[in-house]
Design a binder for this molecule. Sequence first.
Ligand code: NAD
Ligand code: DAO
Ligand code: ZN
Length: 368
Amino acid sequence: MKTRAAVAFEAGKPLEVIEVDLEGPRAGEVLVEVMATGICHTDAFTLSGDDPEGAFPAILGHEGAGIVREIGPGVTSLKPGDHVIPLYTPECRECNFCLNPKTNLCGAIRETQGRGVMPDGSSRFSLDGKPILHYMGCSTFSNFTVLPEIALAKVRDDAPFDKICYIGCGVTTGIGAVVYRAKVEAGSNVVVFGLGGIGLNVIQGARMVGASKIIGVDLNPDKRELAAKFGMTDFINPAEVDNVVEAILDLTGGGADYSFECIGNVNVMRQALECCHKGWGESYIIGVAGAGQEISTRPFQLVTGRSWHGVAFGGARGRTDVPTIVDWYMDGKINIDDLITHTMPLAEINKGFDLMHGGESIRSVVIY
Ligand code: NAD
Ligand code: DAO
Ligand code: ZN
C-alpha cells in the first residue's frame, strides 16, 4: 500500500512529507493506522546526526497512538479495530530480561530494532524500490506503520489519540520512573532537575504517590508556574543560588530521599546524586547525555549510602503497564492536556521541531 510519511533523508535536514510504499504485515506483525504522534527530543537528537545509532533514510517518530488495521499470521493478542500504543521498549514476556522482575528492557528484538529493520532483518517501508529504515521499532511519523505484535500495548477505545500518544514516551518515562522504578513512598522529599516534557511528568508522578516536598530545579524561570500546577512545592533556579546542592540540603533538612535528572547534563547528574540524603538517598538518571560523555563523583558519596541509578521508559513494561496509565488519564489522576501545547497536521511537522528547539513547546502533537 501507499502511505504518507515524513521522511528523514539526511541528518540535519528538515523532514520531507511524501508518499512511500508500505508492505503489509508478515508473521507476528501488525499494520497500524497512526492517528496521532508526539514529537520528542529523541527524534530531534537522531535527526541532528548526533545519535550514534541514527541511520538514514528513516521514518522517525516513537510516541504514537492508533488503530490496528491488519494482522499477520500467528498474531493472537490483537485484532483489527483494536486501539494501540506503539512501544519502543517492547514486552515479549519470554526473554531472559522479561522473565527478570528487575528490568523492563526486553531483549527479543533489540538488535534488529537498533538497525532500523523488522525482526526478520528487512524493512516494510520503501521508495522507488529502495528501503527506508524504521525507527525505534515504531516510525509513527508515517500515517500507517508495521510493528511486531510484542511492541504494541492494547488500550481502551474511548481514550483520545491526540492525548494518549504522549503515553508512548514522555508521560510513561516520567511517571513510571517514580512509580515503577524508584517506587517513591508517600511523604518522601523529591527533587526534579529539568522541568520539560519529562520532568513535569516526574513531578505529577511524585504528587500522585503522595510525596510531601517536590522541589523543581530549572534555569528557565518560566517553567515555575506550570510545574507548580503539576505538584511542585518549591522551585530553585540554579542561576539564583550560590550552590544548588547546598540549597537543596537546606530545603530538605539534610537531602532528598529521591532525585531525578531529566536534562541529559552530566554536571547536573552529579548535583542530583550529591543532593541526596546521606544513608538512603537515591538518584535516578533519566536524561540522555551526548555521545561519549561521562559522569563522576567522589566514591565516598556512595560509600555513605547514596545510590545512583538510571531508568528507561520509566521502568514500565509496556503491554502490561501502559493500559493502566491510560486508565489513570481517563480517571483524571494525571494531567496530559496541559502538557500538549501545540497540535499540527503532518504537513507542518517541521514546525513542531522548530517549536521544540525554540523552547516554546512542552509537547507538539501531529494529528493525522
Ligand atoms: P526538555 O528540553 O523539554 O527539558 C529540559 C529542561 O531542563 C528545560 O526546561 C531546561 O530549561 C532545563 N535545563 C537545561 N539545562 C539545565 C541546567 N543546567 N540546570 C537546570 N535546568 C536545566 O527535555 P525533555 O523532553 O523533558 O527530555 C529530558 C531528557 O530526557 C532528554 O535528555 C531526553 O533525551 C531524555 N529522555 C529519556 C528517556 C528515558 O527513557 N530515559 C525517555 C525520553 C526522553
Ligand atoms: O535495551 O539496550 C536496550 C535499549 C533500550 C532503549 C531505551 C531507550 C531509553 C532512552 C532513549 C530515549 C527514548 C525516547
Ligand atoms: Zn522480552
